[in-house]
Design a protein around this ligand. Structure first.
Ligand code: PEP
Ligand code: MN
Length: 354
């Protein structure tokens, strides 16, 4: 943190500020006297110090600048610049998310509709190389009259699909009261875009140890998103995966959101956490998903989340952005595998479909 004093700030005022900073905040202030202005550099742990509060110390303070980032555990420096990884236990062994590991594909329908469709989708996406099955039991819908998910009974169906396919399961938690029963079935807990800043939920989800898939809020800045991750990390759960799913912009004529792929290099420099991209919610249209999925791998994504439905035209939610299993096969085997191999991120064995 740096305090910039106004031109002409009296010497006694500057001394008083440095004395107070030492006494009240246990910081080591270092004074730099320029030709017109004096600057006070604060050495010490200033993560919890609100710049606005320091600004109030004297009318002679021009501005207070934060040099370090407010997120500490999520920061890249926290691991001394090293890439992080999140290990997830699945019925088929441990799957690692992270910069040094192969791309992890998560696929499945927006919501779990019935046993047949979820088991069929699981088996199909597994054969194409997915490592996790997604599917909402509790759905955050804009309209209270839209399909809200089958809730607890859908968790039972996810358990059946897990057993039938050997895939890990990821599903959304909307209410902290549901964490325990969801964690009995899910290998990863998803926090959706609409709950990214539900701090009570983040604290509870941080206090249990299943990995957390934290989607970016639709209007969240990167700092807000990383601070949301910080809530989970600070509560004791270090297994956080970030997921960009498109941000709201002015032009919704052609795409549902604007998929912000620039977060990939930005987050790489800011955080050690693994990064996933969701081109399905990011575009809202199945025909745009393959191009953005390929671009995401090329830009360094560690994971992709893709909606796949056996009959998108009949889907109870997000049909227009869902790929058919046939289209998903082609995407994995003919498109993503080429980019994945070029980037050195494709799983060793490319599955061969019967
Ligand atoms: C979803 O994954 O189905 C979902 C609701 O995502 P988001 O929170 O990104 O809208
Ligand atoms: Mn969806």
């Amino acid at each position: 943190m740096i305090i910039v004093m106004k031109v002409g700030a009296p010497e006694a005022e500057i001394d008083q500020i440095t004395t107070d900073l030492e006494a009240n905040w246990k910081l080591k202030p270092e004074k730099i006297v320029g030709q017109y202005k004096t600057v006070i550099g604060l050495v010490g742990d200033t993560v919890d110090l609100p710049p606005e509060q320091l600004q109030e110390m004297s009318p002679w303070i021009e501005q207070v600048l934060r040099v370090e980032k407010p997120f500490k555990r999520a920061s890249r420096e926290y691991r001394h610049g090293e890439a992080g990884e999140v290990a997830v236990e699945t019925p088929n062994g441990t799957v690692y998310f992270g910069e040094k590991h192969p791309l992890v594909t998560i696929a499945g329908p927006c919501s779990v509709e019935n046993e047949e469709m979820i088991v069929e989708t699981a088996v199909r996406v597994k054969a194409a190389g997915a490592k996790f099955l997604r599917g909402g039991a509790y759905k955050p819908r804009t309209s209270p009259y839209a399909f809200q998910g089958h809730g607890e009974s859908a968790l039972g169906l996810l358990a059946k699909a897990r057993e039938a396919s050997g895939l890990g399961i990821i599903t959304e938690v909307m209410d902290a009261a549901d964490i325990d029963k969801i964690a009995e079935v899910a290998d990863i807990l998803q926090v959706g875009a609409r709950n990214m800043q539900n701090f009570a939920l983040l604290k509870k989800i941080g206090a249990q140890d299943k990995p957390v898939f934290l989607k970016r809020g639709m209007s969240a800045t990167i700092d807000e998103w990383l601070m949301a991750a910080e809530y989970v990390l600070a509560a004791g759960n270090s297994k956080v995966i970030l997921c960009e799913r498109g941000i709201r912009t002015f032009d919704r004529s052609y795409t549902r959101n604007t998929l912000d792929l620039s977060v990939l290099p930005v987050l790489r420099s800011l955080t050690h956490l693994p990064i996933a991209i969701d081109p399905s919610h990011g575009t809202g249209k199945a025909e745009y998903v393959p191009a953005m999925a390929m671009a995401a791998i090329a830009a360094g994504a560690d994971s992709l989340m893709i909606e796949v439905h056996p009959n998108p035209a009949k889907a109870l939610s997000d049909g227009p952005q869902s790929l058919t299993p046939e289209r998903f096969d082609r995407l994995m085997l003919e498109e993503l595998s080429i980019v994945g191999k070029a980037m050195g991120r494709w799983p060793q064995q490319t599955p061969v479909l019967a």
